[in-house]
Design a binder for this molecule. Structure first.
Ligand code: 8X3
Length: 251
């Protein structure tokens, strides 16, 4: 029986690459995001391999999340794998000068959004006594770096939520995998720097960063382990990276 995965933030980056990797494994998909055209085009490229359903909602909007997920048919609620990927960094600078709108966006998306989606789906998994939740954290959640403050806090919250899920869902056989990437070249820095391509490009200068596909490949590996195996916590760096702040850049 093919598995069914729901992926948030599936329209680009790690979410999109994970959808592609899952399709190659024959995992049916529910793709969630805000950008319908991007989701539609991903759906058409994957539909020859697996069934693909699209849900458009903003994870920050609790009512939208609940309505969209509850609109799924009974069979579509049999979600085997939830990938909580939606999230972003907004702004980077000293905390004393931070934008409270940016803080809201990060706490609402990266933390509350992940919780809203999980809150609907965890009882479905509990009822079936099976499931696998993959939370996209970051090296930023394990180590706070200068000017990262609230983004790092939001990812530290993801680390704590992954642990909390692992503990509380343990009696029901539900797997929890926390994935913490370092530098991955996606739209991440463009969003963080509000469209400033020069600043975004500088982040990945002088070394070979990870690609979204590198993370997706590892997630696909994690969800295809035997039933008794869970990869609990995965940190991924490009070879040039040694910590949240140390990257070996060539001139
Ligand atoms: C993305 C990695 O190091 O830019 O979460 O925070 S980092």
């Amino acid at each position: 029986m093919p598995k069914l995965a729901l992926i948030t933030g599936a329209s680009s980056g790690i979410g999109k690459a994970t959808a592609e990797a899952f399709a190659n494994l024959g995992i049916n998909l529910i793709l969630c995001g805000r950008r319908i055209e991007k989701l539609e085009s991903l759906k058409s490229s994957l539909s020859s391999k697996v069934t693909v359903q699209i849900l458009t909602f903003d994870v920050r909007n609790k009512v939208q999340v609940e309505n969209a997920l509850n609109s799924l048919s009974d069979s579509e609620k049999n979600i085997d794998i939830l990938v909580n990927n939606a999230g972003n960094a907004h702004g980077m600078g000293p905390i004393q000068d931070g934008s409270t709108d940016d803080w809201d966006a990060m706490i609402d998306g990266n933390v509350k959004g992940l919780l809203y989606v999980s809150r609907v789906i965890m009882p479905w998994m509990k009822a079936r006594q099976q499931g696998h939740i993959v939370n996209l954290s970051s090296i930023a959640g394990k180590s706070t770096y200068p000017n990262g403050n609230v983004y790092c806090a939001s990812k530290a919250a993801v680390e704590a939520i992954s642990e909390g899920m692992r503990l509380d869902l343990n009696p029901f056989g539900i797997k929890v995998t926390n994935v913490a990437p370092g530098a991955v070249e996606t739209e991440f820095s463009i969003v963080r720097f509000k469209g400033d391509e020069e600043k975004a490009d500088a982040i990945y200068k002088g070394f070979e960063p990870l690609k979204a596909e590198d993370i997706a490949e590892v997630i696909a590996f994690a969800v295809s382990r035997p039933a008794h195996v869970v990869m609990a916590d995965i940190t991924l760096f490009p070879v040039a990276q040694a910590s949240a702040t140390v990257i070996n850049r060539k001139a």
